[in-house]
Design a binder for this molecule. Structure first.
Ligand SMILES: Cc1cc2nc3c(=O)[nH]c(=O)nc-3n(C[C@H](O)[C@H](O)[C@H](O)COP(=O)(O)OP(=O)(O)OC[C@H]3O[C@@H](n4cnc5c(N)ncnc54)[C@H](O)[C@@H]3O)c2cc1C
Length: 514
């Protein structure tokens, strides 16, 4: 049965979709937010998700039930078998299950995108609008009173790994930056956190909760969108997996890096040959699903001395990062070191409770790109994802140098103070490969992880560029009334964890839509 009466249908209640839906509803548009996972009020969130340590809930099957896409797998490199790729489901999307790290990309990312309406002067007001920054809110490029609280852990409360990483990196010559979210923030910094009183604030809490009483916003959970409905070349609504149809003047896909492209593909928008193989009629040929990026991540495990171990399961997993540049010819801030008081960043491989922390290094800037295709036209089947990380030799070379620099930090006296036992014994395969480029490449290709920062499967760009799926207004090329607004439109992965940039995109596009 067809339902009508909305101006905008937003598909996906995650970081971008919740911000976009709430803000457009505030401006008076009648908005229907359709979410595959459960809808729930802030007060109903399982308490485990409020923990400062995301592993507490992610590894608790009861808390995670329904809120994670459990069948979704990606192959990180062509050498690896597919493994679970974490994505959030339900009100709040991935913001409800993520690590609560609230870091902005440096403005160089937006300069490099070179897109009209996305220059630093365009995006900065929205980064400011989305936040309530406890420390730096009065700076002109920051904000106070916005929906997302941002703060930094006082140094006295850092974990032992945080302190050791900061000291080791400082001793190795990296500068100190109190505010990594300043427009050109670089160096050793406290990792900003989005929580209030130590409790997670997702976009469900920050945006949807207060917009639910407006009368203009309807949230419909447990509604899996199959495809977009068209009248000629104009999008007029969506069809649900159960056959229901919902109609509106504008359709916005905010289903995230994996599922926005999947919906486009099922709607006949994508690489024509592959669509035909699946029996899907081709509406418009576009490079949907091509170009995926994430941050390839390598870890060095650190066996922790008794005094350096976490005190409670809720200890924050990370409080420090080091954004740095790998060399004079490298792109600025192309690298990131992170410290983990407990080895949980690679959530899929997390082993909570072990007396082990880690240092990690990831490539903030990548040349490698992956691809996503449909396994079938069935909306319940997750796509096939090959991330192809480190497939570009330039990435492999920088990762090799990065992991060697990471091991040097781990061998410094500042780290030795928190270490008990042999680093080499804790990381035998890595140490065996360290001295040979070929062996290290093999090791990295076999073991590299992602940082759960997927982007760029529906790339935004110039209308005549071959890689473009949406223009700088987030409109899908070749059709009317259909936009994509989420992390999938980023032309490349930003030089930071991706949540704040994605919320920013929702805020910015709300002003352009309503
Ligand atoms: C485990 C984890 C840890 C992370 N940690 C951090 C961190 O600490 N800091 C940081 O900055 N970033 C982090 N990230 C990344 C960040 O959270 C994401 O980049 C961001 O939330 C993506 O927002 P989005 O709007 O693109 O998609 P999402 O927030 O994933 O939202 C997409 C929504 O669409 C829904 N959906 C999908 N398909 C359909 C369909 N067919 N029909 C209806 N609805 C659908 C999904 O259920 C989901 O709710 C993490 C991510 C994960 C998964």
């Amino acid at each position: 049965m067809a339902s009508t009466g909305w101006d905008i249908i937003v598909v996906g209640a995650g970081s971008a979709g919740a911000a976009l839906a709430a803000r457009t509803a505030e401006k008076g548009a009648r908005v229907l937010l359709v979410e595959a996972g459960p809808d729930y009020r802030s007060a109903e969130m399982h308490e485990a998700w409020r923990s400062p340590n995301p592993a507490v809930a992610l590894l608790d099957p009861q808390a995670a039930e329904g809120l994670v896409w459990t069948e979704l797998a990606t192959a990180r490199t062509d050498r690896q078998q597919p493994g679970l790729y974490w994505r959030g489901r339900g009100a709040g999307g991935s913001s409800a299950i993520n690590g609560q790290i609230a870091i902005r990309p440096p403005m160089a990312d937006f300069e490099e995108w070179g897109l009209p309406g996305w220059a630093p002067d365009d995006v900065l007001p929205y980064f400011a609008k989305l936040e309530d920054d406890a420390q730096f809110g009065d700076e002109p490029y920051h904000g106070r009173g916005g929906p997302t609280p941002v703060w930094r852990m006082p140094r006295a409360d850092w974990g032992a790994v945080d302190t050791a990483l900061a000291q080791a990196a400082r001793a190795a010559g990296h500068g100190w930056t109190e505010d990594v979210n300043a427009p050109r923030g670089s160096g050793v910094s406290p990792y900003p956190i989005n929580s209030r009183d130590g409790r997670r604030v997702s976009v469900n809490d920050a945006y949807l909760e207060r917009a639910r009483d407006l009368g203009t916003l309807t949230v419909r959970g447990d509604a899996l969108v199959d495809r977009v409905l068209f009248d000629g070349d104009r999008a007029v609504g969506v069809r649900l997996a159960d056959g229901g149809e919902l109609r509106a003047g504008t359709v916005v896909l905010s289903a995230g890096v994996i599922h926005s492209p999947a919906i486009l593909l099922r709607s006949g928008i994508g690489p024509a040959a592959r669509l035909r193989e699946l029996g899907i009629g081709v509406r418009h040929q576009l490079p949907v699903g091509q170009g995926m990026q994430d941050h390839p991540l390598a870890l060095v495990a650190i066996p922790l001395a008794e005094h350096a171990r976490r005190r409670t399961p809720h200890d924050r997993h990370t409080n420090v990062c080091v954004r740095w540049t790998s060399g004079p010819d490298a792109p600025e801030n192309d690298m990131m070191f992170v410290g983990l008081n407990e080895s949980v960043l690679a959530m899929a491989a997390a082993t909570p409770g072990l007396p082990t922390g880690s240092y990690g290094v990831w490539l903030n800037k990548n040349d490698s790109r992956g691809e996503l295709t449909l396994a079938s036209a069935d909306p319940a089947a997750d796509p096939v994802v090959r991330q192809r990380m480190l497939s570009d030799p330039r990435d492999l070379a920088r990762m090799r140098a990065g992991v060697r620099a990471l091991v040097e930090l781990a061998l410094r006296p500042e780290t030795a103070r928190i270490t008990e036992g042999s680093l080499e014994k804790e990381n035998p395969a890595l140490f065996a490969a360290l001295d040979s480029d070929a062996a290290l490449d093999d090791h990295l290709l076999a073991t590299v992880l992602d940082a759960q920062h997927g982007t760029s499967t529906c790339r935004m760009g110039a209308s005549d560029a071959p890689e473009t799926v949406v223009d700088s207004e987030c409109r899908v090329l070749g059709v009317d009334g259909l936009r994509v607004v989420d992390a999938s439109v980023f032309p490349s992965v930003p030089r930071a964890n991706t949540n704040l940039a994605t919320i920013m995109a929702g805020e910015l596009m709300a002003d352009r839509l309503a």
